[in-house]
Structure formats: C-alpha cells, structure tokens
Design a protein around this ligand. Structure first.
Ligand code: ZN
Ligand code: ZN
Length: 784
C-alpha cells in the first residue's frame, strides 16, 4: 500500500477495521450483494543494508529523499543487474521497483563520469507512455544528482534538444515507439551513446502484451543487434506488475535469459477487499434473460454513500463514458441528500488537458473533491494515493491493473477499503465467486508472440535497413526468421546478396511497422462538415468499430458514424451524445490450416494450431449507458473479412455427448454457450481483452468431423492468446464451467453465456448443457 502522506492529515477520525464496509452494507438489500470479504493484514517490510557497490553519493541523495535503507527485493534485483545478469523484478504496486534499476544505473553513470567524454556508461530507460517517462525524469531530478545528465527524448522533444541528448545525456528516457521510428533508424547519430550502453530499463513491462508486445519484442532485438555493432552488451532490467511466470514473458520480450525477483519485501497497511455482485433486476434482455443492475449504477450508489461519509474515494471505470455516467449519477444521488456535496464529485478521464488533470488531482489531495470517477488514466505516472476507498467498476482488464488501482487506497495506520463491483460478463461473475482468482497465486501471464510473421516481417526489413542482416543474425529473430526472409526477398522488399540481406528501397523501412497496430493502411476517421481527421482505426477492426451507426469515442468526445467506406478507407462521423453504446455482432466461420500441438484428454482432444477465419459483421446492438438495457439491434451489410491466425480448439466424441446427457438437439446450444463463456474467461489467464479473441462452435465441424469449439486470436498471425489458452486449458475450461454454474439466472444471461458480440443473436444457447459438456470434457484430462 502507498506511503503515508504527512501533509494531508485525515479530515475525519479513522474508522475501525471493516467499519467502512459496514457503512456500505447498512442500506437495505446490500448485504446479499456481497459475495466475499478478504481482510488483508498489515505486513511489515524487510529492509537490508545498502549493497557495498552502490555509489555513496546515490545513497546519500536517497537518504535525503527519505529512503534510509532498501527493501530486500530492491537490493537483490539491483545486485543481479550490477553483476551483469538481466533481471525482472515483479512485485506489487508501490513496492519501489524503480530502486532496482536506479541503483545499478546511477552507480554506473557516476562511475563513468571520469571517462573522457564524461559518458563511460549510458542508460536507456523505456516506458510504455510519454507521461510515465516524464514522471520518471522528474523523480530523477528531485534526487538532485546534478552530475547525472538525464533527459527525456520523445516526439515532443525539440530538435536542438535532441541533439544535446544524443551528444551529452547519460540517462535517456524514452518509449519503444521512438526507439523504433527514430533512434534505431538513426543509430549512427547515437553511436557514442550506444557504444557506452550499460543498462536498458524496461519499466511497466507487463504493458507490452499482445500484438503491441510482439512489436516491442522485435524492437528490443533490433536494439541489441545495433548495440552489439557498437561493441556494447547492455544488461536488461525489467519492472513488472505481479504476474504469473514473469521470467518467461520477460524472456519472450527481450530474447535473453532473465533472473526473476518476485519476493516482495515492502510493507503494507491493513486493507479490506470486498467482492460485490449487483442484483438481477426485473428488466428483461435478449430472449427474456434477466438484466443485472449495472455496475455503473451500483458504483454510483456506493460512491455517494462514501462521499456523504467524507471518505476520499476514486471509482475506476473502464470506459470514459462510464466514468462520466458514474459522476453524473453520484451527483444526482447527492442532490437528494446534501446538495452541497454534489460539486465535490468529479469525473476524470483520458483526453483531459494537463491542467484539467492537475485540477482534479490537487482537488483530491486537498480534500475539495471527495469523490472522483476515473478511467484507468490515473494509473500510470500520477501521484494520487492515500485515499480511503477505491471502487472498481468491473474487472479492469488485468489482475495487475486491478491491484494497481486498489493500491491507491490506504494511508499509514488507517484501514483501506477496495470494492470490486461485477459487471455483467462471465469473467466478472467468476471472479466475485472465486476469490482465489484475486487473492491466490496469479494465473495471469503477460502474453505476446515474438514469432508472429505479420509483426516480425516488417521489423526484419527495418533491421536490414539499420545494418544488413547476416546469417549470424537470424537466431536472434527466432525460428520464423529464415522463411520470412525468403518471402520478403520474393516480394521485392529485401535483396539477397552474398553478404546478407539488404534494404535497397527508397522509403523508410521502419514505416512498414506501426507498433500500435497491425498491417494494412488504417481507416481514417473524419468529422463530416469540418473534414477534421480525428484518428485512425486498424483496417482489421474498422467494420466492428466504425460501421455506420456505431458510437465512436475520441478523446472523451462521442461521435456517431454516418458512413464507412472500406474501399476509400474512411469513416465519416458527426459529434453527438447518444444515450447508448453499440456492439458490433459478427458471424464467424473457420477452416483448420494446420495442427501445431495436440493433447488427448481421454476421448476428447485439445489442439493448438493455425486457422483461416472468415468473419462478417452482420448487425449491431444498442445498449443504454448506465443501465445496460438493450435498446435494439440494427442489421448491417458489410463484406466478409479473412484472417489467418492461430486458435485453440477442443473436440468431444458422440459417446461423450451422450455421457453428458445431451440430446443431439441440445448439443449446438451447449457448445455455443461454452464457446461464449470460454471467450469471456480467457482474459483471466492471458492478458487480452474479450474483443481481442473470437470463437466458433459447431455440433459437427468439417475439418475435425466432431463437435468442436474454437477460440482464436483476432489479430493476423496471432498474438499468443490462443497459445496461452492451450497451455492453461484445464484451469481455463474449469473456470469457464464454474463461471456458468455460479450465475444465478435460470437459462442464461450476459453474466454467463450471452455475448454482446454474438452474430447469431445468442441463439441457441443452453446454459445447463454447457456445464454438463464442460464437466465431461475436463473429466477426461490426463492425471498429472
Ligand atoms: Zn447468467
Ligand atoms: Zn455466439
């Protein structure tokens, strides 16, 4: 839990343990919604002496900043790095991971000051966002080590300053995008910096996941190759949130072996963590399914109660519009109780101007604001902590960000409260009924796929443009590289000469890869009337995000899409504030291309392999913001899309179908329900989003000849999600079954088996049949 904040003494006396929660439970009907309470006891920290090798000046400055001794994990990780071993430190929020890299990095830089150019050692620090790099730079300045020449270097850095950084900085703070677009293609101008490169710091490395992570993996391999060219061999120091197998994902990211330090020795205050499930209402949704009260409305009620009590609280809401809705509903509730409190609640979200952001932050710190509803934008790089309570409106996407958000609550000697309010989807249902998913050992891994040919191909071109590729380079880029190079030569992108592979074209090779997207020319989103370009959308997801009638959100403002022209790659939009959100519904068809791995589970089989998916967006669903009520569905006429990707699938035999007491007529509904729920649960194991993956289920698939359920990666070439599903199949499919069984609806609802993106209108779905089918499937698994 975060450090104490001596400047802001508590406005109200501290309540006894659990009292904050009791306050929320006092309202009628609330107690039934509580599914679990976890009391997290205080934990004392374990500090150690400063390692011998740490520069005395650094120790002194840290001491002046209030760090008298390091926690054990900080010293341990720092010493690995000092001794030349690349390391990943994966510990909790506010556990001081930065010291793990600052100690070796600052020590090396200061030792190098006596070199001729004062740069005997340099450090490259990478953050996933510009804002975080700037925060780290400020923190470094605050230490007051004036002889350490540190500077940020990003898209906003003026060119004369860029020149200074290249010539003089010993500690450069930047992001992977800049490395990819500027530093590596222009490495000759960085030769002095690269020659002395001692450490590469990869902060918040769990942010590098999926396709983005796969791109960054290629960029880091290019960096190491270029560094070697200048004779350096930097040590990597990675900082990660608490995840499963941090050394495995760190190795996939960097391509080199890493030591993992995971034993968190920082202290923690006491906290109460409550899991909360809003009740089913009398509303009826699709096929008469009950509608659960929305997490947004439920959060607004809880926030209003905490504000009335004077408890400083942030409610984290995943979407910007959800954050606005929570603030509006909370202010509405307060109007009836104490109108003076309504202005003390504000919304904060990404897209706000820096001064707006600072006004909210300082209002919260001073106590002028008591309640804030925020998107996760506050998560990175902003110092807001020491709150009384944190409300989490739905699973925030990853367990790592959940703890990052919950960790904002807590002040020294005071109890902190966190409440996770479930949204109506299967993952949230599972988590609030299975507290071990949150409080037990993490099962979530940071997943990426460095071998994805669609990602790696453009980076091989970029690497060849930086320095011609030689056969010796290939091992670094993995087993897919040789085949890809042949392909790139055949397509005229690279030239094969006796000395290796060369980039000889006029354009910049680095422009072939966009780290935040994948392949093809992006679809432009243009405001009708003004012609202003608002942003771009990946061509592969344009039909889902910007189809006619879609609600498009940009920088917090909402637009309605007037038209989508795929041949011109442009979507025209108009500013609007509709009361609904939209969900594209698509139908999918799938062909097996090749099996990569297979496991027998008794008569059933689990397979990981390559597939060709054909998808078509056929309609979109409208749901009211705030309540989630279904307002209707409108058909769309869009062309099918083809995707070569990777999938995990399972098959059962007709004997197993009979053993699950499923009549042949019930099988399609059971398999379809299992497919929906398993897509919903995979993000618990692989750091993906429900929208990153898709599925197909059928009572008889032509390529397997059996009842089959497929779950595939929604990105060309795959992003590692399906592979992780294959590796964790038993836990994943067991959790899927348990999530369906835990829902208290009768025949299926959005909290268990209905999916908002189902192109078949959630029909047929057989909730009970899915539980029986999955039970039969997992019963055949091999004993371990
Ligand atoms: Zn249900
Ligand atoms: Zn479906």
């Amino acid at each position: 839990m975060p450090a104490p904040s001596p400047h802001h003494p508590p406005a109200t006396p501290a309540p006894p343990t659990g009292a904050l929660l009791e306050r929320l439970l006092a309202a009628p009907g609330r107690r039934d919604r509580l599914t679990h309470v976890e009391q997290l006891p205080a934990r004392p920290g374990v500090s150690v002496d400063w390692p011998e090798w740490v520069d005395r000046g650094v120790v002194e400055r840290l001491g002046a900043a209030g760090v008298s001794r390091p926690w054990r994990h900080q010293a341990e990780a720092a010493t690995h790095a000092r001794e030349g071993r690349s390391v990943v430190v994966a510990t909790g929020t506010a556990s001081g991971k930065s010291l793990a890299y600052l100690l070796p990095a600052l020590t090396a830089v200061r030792e190098g000051l006596s070199a001729r150019d004062g740069r005997g050692a340099t450090v490259l620090y990478l953050a996933p966002t510009k804002a975080l790099a700037h925060d780290q730079w400020r923190a470094l300045r605050t230490l007051g080590l004036d002889d350490v020449r540190a500077a940020t270097y990003d898209g906003d850095t003026p060119s004369d300053e860029r020149e200074w950084v290249r010539a003089h900085a010993a500690y450069a703070l930047t992001n992977p995008d800049l490395l990819h677009r500027s530093l590596l293609p222009g490495h000759r101008r960085w030769s002095a910096f690269l020659r002395s490169l001692r450490y590469v710091v990869v902060d918040e490395c769990h942010a590098y996941r999926g396709v983005f992570g796969s791109h960054v993996a290629a960029v880091l391999r290019r960096l190491q190759r270029v560094a070697e060219h200048y004779g350096s061999d930097p040590v990597f120091v990675l900082a990660s949130a608490t995840v499963s197998d941090p050394s495995i994902s760190g190795e996939r990211l960097t391509g080199r072996p890493l030591v993992a330090v995971t034993d968190d020795a920082s202290p923690r205050g006491p906290a109460t963590f409550a899991l909360w499930e809003p009740p089913l209402t009398a509303w009826r949704g699709e096929h008469g399914a009950p509608v659960r009260r929305s997490a947004v409305a439920e959060t607004a009620d809880l926030l209003a109660d905490l504000v009335v009590d004077g408890r400083r609280t942030i409610a984290f809401v995943r979407s910007r519009r959800g954050a606005e809705a929570v603030a509006t509903m909370t202010r509405g509730a307060l109007h009836d109780v104490d109108p003076g409190l309504a202005p003390r609640v504000a919304a904060y979200r990404a897209g706000y101007l820096p001064e707006e952001r600072r006004a909210v932050e300082s209002g919260l710190q001073s106590g002028d604001l008591i309640g804030v509803s925020a998107t996760s934008a506050l998560e990175l790089g902003v110092d807001v902590s020491g709150l009384d309570a944190v409300l989490l409106t739905g699973w925030p996407g990853t367990r790592a960000s959940l703890w990052q958000q919950a960790g904002r609550a807590g002040r020294a000697g005071r109890e902190a409260l966190a409440v996770l309010v479930a949204r109506d989807d299967p993952l949230d249902t599972y988590v609030v009924h299975h507290p071990e998913a949150l409080f037990g050992k993490p099962v979530e891994a940071t997943v990426l796929d460095p071998d994805n040919p669609y990602v790696l191909g453009p980076h091989l071109c970029a690497a060849a443009a930086e320095l011609p590729l030689t056969p010796d380079d290939l091992a670094r880029f993995g087993p897919a590289a040789p085949g890809l190079l042949d392909d790139l030569v055949a397509r005229g992108l690279l030239r094969r000469r006796p000395g290796g592979w060369f980039w000889t074209r006029a354009e910049r090779a680095a422009d072939l890869a966009d780290l935040r997207g994948i392949g093809g020319s992006p679809v432009r989103v243009v405001e009708s009337g003004t012609g202003r370009l608002l942003g771009t959308v990946d061509p592969g997801s344009a039909d889902r995000c910007v189809h006619a009638g879609a609600v498009y959100v940009h920088q917090g403002a909402t637009y309605l899409v007037d038209s989508l022209d795929l041949s011109d790659a442009v979507a025209l939009v108009t500013a609007a504030s509709p009361e609904h959100t939209t969900y594209a519904r698509e139908v999918n068809d799938l062909r097996v291309v090749a099996e990569v791995q297979r496991q027998a589970w008794g008569a059933a089989a689990l397979v990981f392999g390559e597939v060709e998916v054909t998808s078509q967006v056929v309609a979109f669903l409208k749901r009211r913001v705030g309540t989630g009520e279904v307002l209707g569905e409108e058909p769309l006429d869009l062309p099918p899309r083809h995707l070569r990707t990777r999938a995990v699938w399972w098959t059962v035999t007709s004997e197993q179908v009979a053993a699950a007491s499923l009549e042949p007529g019930e099988l399609p509904g059971a398999a379809h329900a299992a497919e929906h729920a398993s897509i919903g649960l995979l993000p618990l194991f692989a750091t993906c989003d429900r929208w990153d993956i898709g599925g197909v289920s059928t009572a008889l698939h032509p390529d397997t000849g059996l009842p089959t359920v497929f779950v595939y990666d929604g990105h060309p070439g795959g992003a590692g999600f399906a592979e992780r599903g294959f590796q964790q199949a038993l836990s994943w499919l067991t959790a899927t079954r348990d999530a369906i069984a835990a829902c208290d609806c009768e025949t299926g609802c959005p909290s268990c088996v209905q999916s908002p993106k189902c192109g078949n209108g959630n029909d047929p779905l057989d909730k009970d049949g899915a539980v029986r089918l999955l039970t039969e499937l997992v019963s055949g698994r091999p004993e371990r």
